[in-house]
Design a protein around this ligand. Sequence first.
Ligand SMILES: Nc1nc2c(ncn2[C@@H]2O[C@H](COP(=O)(O)OP(=O)(O)OP(=O)(O)O)[C@@H](O)[C@H]2O)c(=O)[nH]1
Ligand SMILES: [Mg+2]
Length: 200
Amino acid sequence: MTPTEPLVRGGAAEQPAVRPPLPVKMVIAGGFGVGKTTAVGAISEIEPLTTEASITEVAAGVDDLTHTPAKTTTTVAMDFGCITIDPTLKLYLFGTPGQERFGFMWDDIVEGAVGGLVIVDTRRLDDCYAAVDYFEHRCIPFAVALNAFDGRVEHSLEEVRWALDVSEHVPVVVFDARERGSVRDALLVVLELALARTEG
Ligand SMILES: Nc1nc2c(ncn2[C@@H]2O[C@H](COP(=O)(O)OP(=O)(O)OP(=O)(O)O)[C@@H](O)[C@H]2O)c(=O)[nH]1
Ligand SMILES: [Mg+2]
């Protein structure tokens, strides 16, 4: 066959295979009610799989709903969604449950992930320490995304960086968990980190 001859001669078997996009697992983590399920739902190209349970009166006494009074459900296992970044890469998103009592599931959810996005509500910084610690201790690349509830964040990026005591290599970005483009940009920051890790 000369170089100018087409690869396809009629038989399907002779057609060059089109590779499916590379599947990449990423975790959306953070404290209770910071917007993890919202973020997965905003970006997923499939109907996201959710495991929401109603917040009972008993749980409402345990979980702080002060800043999210409209919240009526909570994730009890995980969120799942996906987004094709380009023809070569597809992100599979796994959202963690936010409540501490479901922390035992995190290892299973994070297994095999290239990185994580830790969502933070700047009105309740304390709630995200556990998630930040989790990724730091396991040396999993992660970025911190400040969810701009009601369009604003309570502290500057530098103040949050200082309060969380994250290394200068950890990107801190502001985003809106309800906005598809905003979530996409935040995920791309994590992806870039993960790629740099594999190349480095
Ligand atoms: N105003 C505003 N509300 C938001 C934003 N993101 C999430 N919410 C609301 O905040 C509440 C919490 O969102 P969820 O997505 O359920 O939070 P979560 O982190 O998945 O919560 P758990 O799984 O229970 O830990 C919901 O009532 C959302 O509608 C945001 O960016 N701005
Ligand atoms: Mg949730």
